[in-house]
Ligand binder design. Sequence first.
Ligand code: SF4
Length: 440
Amino acid sequence: MKKFHLTTFGCQMNAHDSERMKGMLTSLGYAEVEARDDADLILFNTCSIRENADNRFISHLGEAKRLKTEDPGRIVGVGGCWAQSVKEEVFRRFPFVDVAFGPGQIHRLAEFLNSDSLTAQGYFEFEEFSGDLPSHRERQFQGWLQISQGCNCACSYCIVPTTRGREESRDPDLLIAEAERQSAEGVIELTLLGQNVNSYGRDLPKETRIRFSDLLRRVDQVDGIERIRYTSPHPKDMREDVIEAHAELSGLCEHIHLPLQSGSSVILKKMRRTYTRERYMDRVAMIRERLPDCGITTDIIVGFPGESDEDFAQTLEVVEEVGYDGAFTFIYSPRRGTLAAEMDGQVSHPVKKERMAALLEVVQRRAKAEAQRFVGRPLEVLVEGPSRNDPTRIRGRSRQNKAVNFEGTALPGQLVEVDITEATSQSLTGTERLLSRIAV
Ligand code: SF4
């Protein structure tokens, strides 16, 4: 049996693509191995969001070169956004690479492996969504449902529209059929996936066109799916019907990830985010009013070109006011091929680091304060496995997407009630409530 090793970089979309790549290779008779040295097929699913993502990947590629030199019969393949961003240049820069393919071309890898092609092959055309490949889920009870591919936005720092193409929504009936299949395979928590999920459906033909909130309602009807999540929404498309769906649907979790990026409308304009600070805060107010217990998390970039002390102060004000349950924070790094990389007013690294430290202080202090609302309450937790930092405890996630570490005997994939006794900015601690297993 041929053996493969796959290294995944980047976002949830890549994590999902890798699950599909593994499912496809397994169906072709390949077996996954832990060590790259043991593999006949060495694969990388790459990210290209930031320059240093490229550099990290290229250091891994060096090891693949060594292994290929040791055994020329090995096949080296590079997929994902970096491959799409450089295309045929992959082979010129790394002649030992045999196959390269874009995020929308995973199925072509099977074609290459089944062909007796001896020359390097690249697949970079943007095509229809590459269908319903078998998926090799990391956890049997948690699944991804990719509802669209590509992005029609043009954020000035982002390369995704170049590497993943225009937004294409998948047919709702096909999506429900896939959700039903995943449920039959044991999935109870389904995460809807897209670069910009809440603009879903706009490009669908009139006769099948539905809104994102309608899709959520249809998924909520699928037997066996106990929890629904989605990522990533765009604040410009976070409309009342989606917030109403949260209030109405029993399966839709009380968590909204709402990327802010900057609290300054001047910087948001430079980022081409198409919303202002006021519009963003208006969305937050609507969520707070309709879903008081909802967890809100975000993404923030510090040190964007032209960001003044005043602009940054406005970002801190928004974080202070919203009180996020968590935040992914990034130091801006220029990405070749993006508008922002050519902008004047690039911020020095020491200033970026200083601002990141100030931002983290506010994010963590506010997140800790917000998390106290869970102490003394029972929360429904989906068990994921042993706690990462205390093997005597179990780890799972609440519906608000808070990590919960607790004492108990529940097993991965079970929904249980946990009495929360303590809360930090990162996670909650508690004890499993006896006889609280929620039958699924
Ligand atoms: S919404 Fe903006 S940041 Fe997100 S993928 Fe699209 S272009 Fe990139």
